[in-house]
Design a protein around this ligand. Structure first.
Ligand SMILES: Nc1ncnc2c1ncn2[C@@H]1O[C@H](COP(=O)(O)OP(=O)(O)OP(=O)(O)O)[C@@H](O)[C@H]1O
Length: 198
């Protein structure tokens, strides 16, 4: 079974992803994959160099994110060009890692995809688990973790798909308003249920 793990900013996805790793599940981490596909020497980075010129590559062979950021800033055509290179590469690599875990003999694979709904990647998974918190708790945790003002934190929350929309698309919603232990108990219950009644 392929389980997609998602939620909103500061809802507790990383916390739950870590719990799943501790329980022994293999995790494909979309944020990590996004960095892996543009590591020095990758085909994707070569394509980016061809598209935007050698100045986007640093002396050590890594991508100069600031330069790339400056090029695509306020330039939708360049942004699209970059996304058209990077997004398919991320999807391919996520599927490759998923397949590698299955080939190793794992029967359940977790795909930790923060923007699962925004990127329309529902087709990659069999079940969707959404980690949810109340707006109040989300705001409080985000301000604390990132040292943001209320206004800054609210702006970040507003830039994503609303929590309720994600909950509607979920097979199960994990309520992360309580303690970490409470979340762990819910997680185990949901997994037991899915894995015994797929
Ligand atoms: N049940 C909980 N009780 C208290 N604090 C929590 C709980 N779950 C997570 N947190 C804290 O809330 C913050 C956000 O959690 P986490 O980083 O797991 O969220 P996330 O969804 O991965 O966030 P992002 O999308 O921004 O990376 C962290 O500081 C984390 O330690």
């Amino acid at each position: 079974m392929i389980i997609g793990l998602t939620g909103s900013i500061a809802s507790g996805k990383s916390t739950v992803s870590q719990m799943l790793k501790e329980l022994g599940y293999p995790v494909v981490d979309a944020d990590l994959v996004a960095r892996q596909v543009v590591e020095p020497g990758t085909e994707t980075l070569q394509s980016i160099e061809q598209a935007f010129g050698p100045e986007v590559i640093r002396a050590d062979g890594s991508m100069d994110r600031e330069k790339v950021g400056a090029i695509i800033f306020n330039d939708p055509a360049s942004r699209k060009k970059l996304n058209d290179i990077i997004h398919p590469a991320i999807r391919r690599e996520m599927l490759r890692q998923r397949q590698a875990f299955l080939a190793e003999g794992y029967e359940t694979v977790i795909m930790d995809i923060p923007l699962l709904f925004e990127s329309k990647l529902q087709h990659m998974v069999d079940k969707i688990l959404v980690v949810s918190v109340s707006e109040q708790e989300q705001l409080k945790r985000l301000m604390e973790r990132n040292g943001l003002t209320e206004q800054e934190a609210k702006a970040r929350i507003a830039s994503q798909l609303p929590m309720v929309v994600k909950e509607e698309g979920a097979d199960e919603v994990l309520d992360n308003n309580g303690s970490v232990d409470d979340t762990k108990r819910q997680l185990k219950r949901i997994l037991d249920n899915w894995l015994t009644h797929p």
